[in-house]
Design a protein around this ligand. Structure first.
Ligand code: ZN
Length: 282
C-alpha cells in the first residue's frame, strides 16, 4: 500500500507502540510499561474489588500485572471465595465447604502472586453475597489504608450473577464514604480515584460497552500463568485468551488504521465510570 502502512509494516512492533500511545493518552492512570517492559517508579496504588476468588484473574489480570510491573502497589480484595457459586467442579468431586474455601483461597493466592499483587479475603460468603453496612465499612477501611489511585471492580448490571453488582455497589459506596472527612475510619480522606468496570462474562447482557482498551501484551504471559492457577475453572483459560486477542484487534484498530497486520496485541476492555479529568483533549 502506498501510504504510511509501509512504515508500520517495516517495524512489526510499531502497532504495539501505537497502541501504548493511545492507551496512555486515554487512560492517564494506566500508563503502560515501555517497549522493553521496564517499569518506571510510581506511587500508584491499584485496588481491585472482586466478588469471588477468580474474578480478578479473568477480567483484570493484565491491568494488575501492568501496575505491579510499573512498581505500583496492587491489591486484590476478594469479598468471598466463590465457594458456593463458582466452584462447581470441587462440589462434584464431593468436597466440603471448608475444603473448597481453602482450595479457592490457595488458588487465588497463587494467581495474585503470579500477577505481582497482594490479596485479601473478607470471607463474606457468596451466592448470595449480601450487601451490608458492616461489609461496606470494612471496605472503607481498606480504601483509607491503601489510598488507591485506581479502582477496578465489576459492572453494576449482571443478570447472571447478583454477587457481581453487589460487590460493585459496595465498592462504589465505600469509595464515597472514604472521601468523607467525618467518616469514622483511620487514615486520611480518600481523593477521587477513577473507577473502571472490568469486562463481565456476558458483556452485552451487562450493558458493557468498552470505552477503554488496555494493552496487556507485555504482561499477557503473567496473566496466562495466573489463569492456570485456577484449575477449577479450566474452561475459562482459552476463553479469556481468545477474548484478549479480540480486544487486542480492536485496540489496534482504534490506535491506527493498520488493517491486515498480524494480530499479536492482547488487550483488556474497561468502562470508565467517572469522567476523565484532563487539561488536553487527546
Ligand atoms: Zn464471580
Amino acid at each position: 500500500m502506498q501510504n504510511d502502512d509501509r512504515n508500520v509494516n517495516s517495524d512489526p512492533t510499531a502497532p504495539i507502540r501505537a497502541g501504548h500511545k493511545i492507551v496512555t493518552q486515554i487512560v492517564d492512570n494506566f500508563a503502560s510499561a515501555d517497549q522493553a517492559g521496564r517499569m518506571e517508579p510510581s506511587n500508584g496504588s491499584l485496588l481491585v474489588v472482586s466478588a469471588h476468588a477468580g474474578d480478578f484473574v479473568w477480567r483484570a489480570g493484565g491491568a494488575i500485572a501492568l501496575a505491579a510491573r510499573r512498581g505500583e502497589r496492587a491489591t486484590v480484595v476478594c469479598l468471598s471465595f466463590g465457594e458456593r457459586g463458582e466452584s462447581a467442579r470441587a462440589w462434584r468431586e464431593g468436597r466440603g465447604l471448608a475444603e473448597i474455601k481453602a482450595l479457592r483461597r490457595a488458588e487465588a493466592e497463587a494467581a495474585a502472586a503470579a500477577l505481582g499483587a497482594d490479596i485479601r479475603f473478607l470471607d463474606a460468603g457468596d451466592y448470595p453475597l449480601v450487601e451490608s453496612p458492616e461489609l461496606t465499612d470494612r471496605l472503607v477501611h481498606v480504601f483509607r489504608e491503601l489510598a488507591p489511585t485506581v479502582v477496578l471492580t465489576h459492572t453494576l448490571a449482571d443478570p447472571y450473577n447478583g454477587d457481581h453488582p453487589a460487590a460493585a455497589r459496595m465498592a462504589l459506596q465505600a469509595r464515597v464514604l472514604a472521601q468523607a472527612i467525618g467518616y469514622d475510619a483511620p487514615g486520611e480522606p480518600l481523593g477521587a480515584p477513577p473507577v473502571f468496570f472490568f469486562e463481565p462474562h456476558q458483556p452485552e447482557q451487562c450493558d458493557f460497552r468498552p470505552d477503554v482498551l488496555l494493552d496487556i501484551t507485555p504482561v499477557f504471559d503473567a496473566k496466562r500463568k495466573a489463569m492456570e492457577c485456577l484449575p477449577a475453572q479450566q474452561h475459562m483459560w482459552e476463553y479469556y485468551t481468545d477474548l484478549a486477542k479480540r480486544r487486542g484487534v480492536q485496540l489496534k484498530r482504534n490506535a491506527s488504521p493498520n488493517l491486515g497486520l498480524p494480530h499479536s496485541t492482547m488487550a483488556e476492555a474497561y468502562v470508565r465510570l467517572y469522567p476523565q479529568v484532563t487539561g488536553e483533549l487527546a
